[in-house]
Design a protein around this ligand. Sequence first.
Ligand code: BG6
Ligand code: MG
Length: 218
Amino acid sequence: MNKKGFIFDLDGVIVDTAKYHFLAWQQLAKSLDIEFTEEENEQLKGVSRVRSLEKILAWGNKTISQELFDDLMAKKNEEYLGYIAEMDDREMLPDVPRVLNFLKAHKQPISLGSASKNARTILERINIMSDFDAIVDGNDVTKAKPDPEVFLIAAKELHMSPEDCIVFEDSVAGVTAANTANMISIGIGSKDVLGHAHYVFNDFTEISDDFIKSLIEK
Ligand code: BG6
Ligand code: MG
């Protein structure tokens, strides 16, 4: 059988943690008296912690010292870690295990491609670390999505060329990163938000084994 590299984003694709990032950023914005809307949150999805805070401050027209910046970043992460402290495999999004199992049964290389520095902690909590042939996360990159760096490193670690890689992403920035890397992008979420992806599904329950097979054989 053909081989393709399958690269999964983490937050909002494998686990429902996008809502926790949102809550933590919302709290932080409020403490700075900055209004923070759902639309603005869409622009933070997939984006690194540093870049997210820079964007929030720019939206609120605020300049702060480096010391306060570092302090706020630490606080946001503390709050986020509080949300995920009790996490287990029940927080995995529907049919993610089926798709991972299908790919493993067909010997397809699998990588994580996440902006999060907490990715390994989460994979351990939900007990799927061993499903991945490579893990590329926020600790391994210097450029945040929409830069394609994270996915290009993942392709390299899987020994696959970018054109033979398929990326599952829930964020605008992540789909752009996958497209820029010359990969097939599969948006997980709404067509209104992820219209620039090659394919869009609301969630993995809409992604059939036959569809995955067709990607492998392409
Ligand atoms: C991405 C999330 O996966 O990781 C973003 O979509 C988040 O919302 C980014 O800011 C960085 O995550 P962390 O866990 O390193 O703060
Ligand atoms: Mg995501």
